[in-house]
Design a binder for this molecule. Structure first.
Ligand SMILES: NC(=O)C1=CN([C@@H]2O[C@H](COP(=O)(O)OP(=O)(O)OC[C@H]3O[C@@H](n4cnc5c(N)ncnc54)[C@H](OP(=O)(O)O)[C@@H]3O)[C@@H](O)[C@H]2O)C=CC1
Ligand SMILES: Cc1cn([C@H]2C[C@H](O)[C@@H](COP(=O)(O)OP(=O)(O)O[C@H]3O[C@@H](C)C(=O)[C@@H](O)[C@H]3O)O2)c(=O)[nH]c1=O
Ligand SMILES: [Mg+2]
Length: 285
């Protein structure tokens, strides 16, 4: 897509976006330090992009509990400023949010209209960011996704590959259920949305998009070890046996009907995507 600007260069999603949109301008911390976002907004107005995808964020869920100001800056203030810059330029602004805006009660998959109630600072700041983007006055889309993995950066798959090689047994939380989502699938979906939004100024809004089928972290770990050929036994444990500074939702299931209806984008099977990521990382089984 010509004239596309992507923010968050060193992250999982931005790297996937950059691979699929080689013509795009991609800014990271070196080009645009978002802890001081006002000069960045000015430079965006000077660049005059034709669309913006924001893949930058504060994603350290536990660290955010004691670093709330930095999380709020990246997850709420920055998306608001970027969305307002996009609105002034009259271009689509696409942003990414999370299943952690929900409290995870119940068993049903949540639609975009389901009530939000984040359990921690990360989720609260992401929810605030959603609101700021929607209120900026331009054409916008927010995609809530979950459990992102890729060959790049830090994610659960890479953590499991490291631990699975070191240990023959691992305790993993089995009472949190969600949809693992490969970063390249998110990138492809966002680029498709951006194209459709540029063609139709009426398009946009809040959308859920996650890989299928929904699964527990423990079963996800088992599938990672099976596909990677690592002999590591996974023992199911309740989240109460794995204390963390931030609580995570027990039910992260996202209903992805709306994005299929409006954009023709359907849930990818993460088991196939996991195989491709493992191959990329040098696992051959
Ligand atoms: N990861 C996941 O499991 C999920 C992620 N999401 C959302 O998807 C989006 C993409 O996530 P993902 O790619 O995984 O995130 P990453 O943590 O991999 O990437 C985030 C990027 O933001 C950059 N960034 C952070 N602070 C600054 C700053 N002050 N100035 C400039 N850049 C900064 C980071 O740079 P640096 O490396 O230099 O810190 C990094 O490149 C985010 O909105 C996230 O909330 C939603 C659901 C699940
Ligand atoms: C390493 C490890 C984790 N766990 C648990 C802790 C937690 O409940 C679950 C996942 O741990 P992580 O720290 O990888 O997950 P976390 O960082 O919470 O992942 C989240 O990141 C943010 C950015 C999102 O937006 C979410 O969608 C989600 O992907 O696995 C174990 O049970 N055993 C282990 O050995
Ligand atoms: Mg983490």
């Amino acid at each position: 897509m010509n004239g596309l600007l992507i923010l968050g260069k060193s992250g999982q999603l931005a790297q996937a976006l950059a691979r699929q949109a080689p013509e795009a301008t991609v800014w990271g911390r070196a080009e645009a330090d978002l802890s001081d976002p006002h000069p960045v907004a000015a430079r965006i107005r000077a660049l005059r992009p034709t669309a913006i995808i924001n893949a930058s964020a504060y994603t350290a869920v536990d660290k955010a509990e004691t670093d709330a100001a930095a999380a709020a800056m990246l997850n709420a203030t920055v998306p608001g400023l970027l969305a307002r810059a996009a609105a002034e330029l009259g271009i689509p602004f696409l942003h990414v949010s999370t299943d952690y805006v929900f409290d995870g009660s119940g068993e049903a998959a949540r639609t975009e209209d389901a009530p939000t109630a984040p359990l921690g600072v990360y989720g609260r700041t992401k929810l605030d960011g959603e609101g700021q983007v929607a209120a900026a006055g331009g054409q916008w889309a927010v995609m809530r996704t979950s459990w992102v993995f890729s060959p790049d950066g830090a994610n659960f798959v890479k953590t499991m590959l490291r631990l699975g090689a070191e240990r023959d047994r691992l305790n993993v939380v089995a009472d949190q259920i969600g949809g693992p989502t490969e970063a390249g699938r998110i990138a492809a979906a966002l680029l498709e949305m951006a194209r459709q939004m540029r063609d139709d100024p009426q398009k946009g809004g809040l959308y859920h998009f996650a890989g299928a089928p929904d699964i527990s972290w423990a079963s996800f770990a088992r599938e990672i070890f099976a596909q990677a050929g690592l002999a590591c036994q996974v023992r199911d444990i309740p989240a109460s046996d794995y204390p963390t500074p931030a609580r995570r939702p027990a039910n992260s299931r996202l209903d992805c009907t709306r994005i299929a209806r409006d954009f023709g984008i359907t849930r990818p099977d993460w088991r196939d995507d996991l195989g491709l990521v493992l191959k990329h990382l040098g696992y051959t089984t």
